[in-house]
Design a protein around this ligand. Sequence first.
Ligand code: DMJ
Length: 491
Amino acid sequence: MNHPTPVCPSRRGAIRALGAASLLTLGNVSGSRTPAMAVTGGAPASLPSPGPVSPDRAGEPSEREKADRIREEFLHAWQGYKRHAWGHDELLPVTGGHREFFADGHPVGLSIIEALDTHYVMGLDDEVAHCTKWIRTNLDFDIDAGFQVFEAVIRLVGGLVAGYLATGERDLLTLCTDLADRLLPAFTKSPTGMPYRHVNLRTGAVSGTVVPLAEIGTSILEFGVLSDLTGDTRYVRASKRALTEVVRRRSSLHLLGTSLNVETGAWADRECAGVDPPVDSFHEYLWGGWAMFGDEDCLGWFRMFDASFKQHLVERVDGRLWFKHVDFRTGELLNRLQSSLAVDVLSVGGDNALAADYYRSWTAVREKYTVIPEEIDYSRITVTGPGNALRPEYANCAFELYWHTGDPFYRTTAWRHFQDLTTHHRVPGGYTVVTDVTQRPMAKGDYCPAYVFAENFKWLYLTFADTDRFDYAHGYLSTEAKILRGLRHPS
Ligand code: DMJ
C-alpha cells in the first residue's frame, strides 16, 4: 500500500481485522464482516499513533469541530432511543416505537450494551453511568428463548467486555461470563464443535444445524478476551476448535463454501462467497486470533486463504477491484454480486494495496448513488439490493485506512459519507434505514439497528477526534467495533 502522507513515520502495517454483516434485507441484521485478504505484517496488529489535527482550510471545519459534529449526531440518535425505546433492544425512530432483536417479549437493552464503550470514548460519562445503572438493575440472561449465538457473541459478550474494560465495573464482567456460559452449549453440544445457530439461554437447548461460516467462526476475539480476563480457557478453546473444524474442510483450491451442517460436518452449498457475507468475519477473526493472542495457526490460515483469494477471486472491471463468487471446489464463476458489507475488506494483515483499491471501488459506488446500496452486480455497478440498513462498513474502512496510511483521502471521504448520512438517514426521532437509494428523495424505513450505537458514529468519531481515551498505537476493535484493546483512562 502506498503511504502518500504518512502522519507518523513510525507507523507501520497491521491494523485490526474488520468485519461485515450477513443478511441483505433491511431489518434483518445478522451478519459478519470481511477482512483484507492480504498479509504483510509479522507481529500482532497495532494501530498507529494519531496524527496532528489538521489546520482549518477555508470554510472547512477543523478536525476537532468535525469530531464534535459527529458526537452531536450520535447524541441525536441516542436521545431518540432514550425517549422512545429505553430498555428495549432497538428503536423505530419514525413511529417512536421499539422492537426486540433476539426474542420477542425478551428485551436485553441491546442498544444500551452496544453503546457503552462509544459513550466512554466520546467522554459521555453521564450516559455511561446511566447505562451501567440500567444494566445492573435490569439485565438478566435467564431467558427461556433461543438466542442467535453469533449475534449474542459480537453484540452482547463483546459489548459487556468492552463496557467492563471502559468502566472497571465487575457487574458487567459477571453478567458477561453468565451469558457466555449460557452460549457455550451451542459449541459443546455440537458433535463437530462448530456451534449451532441458536441456543436457549435458560435450558441450553440448541437448534439450527446449517450455519454460515461467519456465524461459526466469529467469536475468538470476544471469547479470547473473556478467557484472559477470567482465566477460564473454555471460551477461547471453543472458538479455536470451531475455526479449526472449518479450515480442515477447505477444498483443494484452499477455498471454503458458505454454510456447513454442524452436526454432520458436510458442506450445505458449493458457493465460495469470498469476502462477502455470510462468510466475511470468519476471515477477519483468523487475523484477530493472531493479532490479539499471537495464535500462529490463525495467522497461517489467514495467509493461506489470502493467497487463494488473490488467485481465484480477484478480478478488475474498468480498473475497479472486486471479488467474484465461485464454486469452492472447481473455481467456476457463479456470480458477480457484491455486498456493501464487504467494503471494509482491508488492511487486517498490514500494508495492503488491495485494501485501498477496494475502498476506492466502493467510493465510486458511493459517488454514483450517494448512499451505498446493500448489494450490487459489479459487472456494471447496478443495484441488486437497493436499501441501506445504516451500514457502518464504509466508515469502518475509512477509519482503518486513515490510521493505517495517514492519507487525507480517507478523512475527506469519511466526512462526505457523514454529511450524506445526516442528509438521508436523519429523522426527528434519530437515524433510520433507507429502503431505496435510487429514489429521490430516498425512501426511508423505520428502524435504527442497535449496531449504529456501537459502530457508525464511533468509527467516524475516532477518524477525526484525537481522544486520549483510545490508544491509537495499540488499539484493537472487533467486528462490532467493540474496543477490546486500547481503552485508556487518563487521570
Ligand atoms: C454489525 O452487526 C457488525 O458490523 C457485523 O459484523 C455485521 N453486521 C452489522 C453491520 O452491518
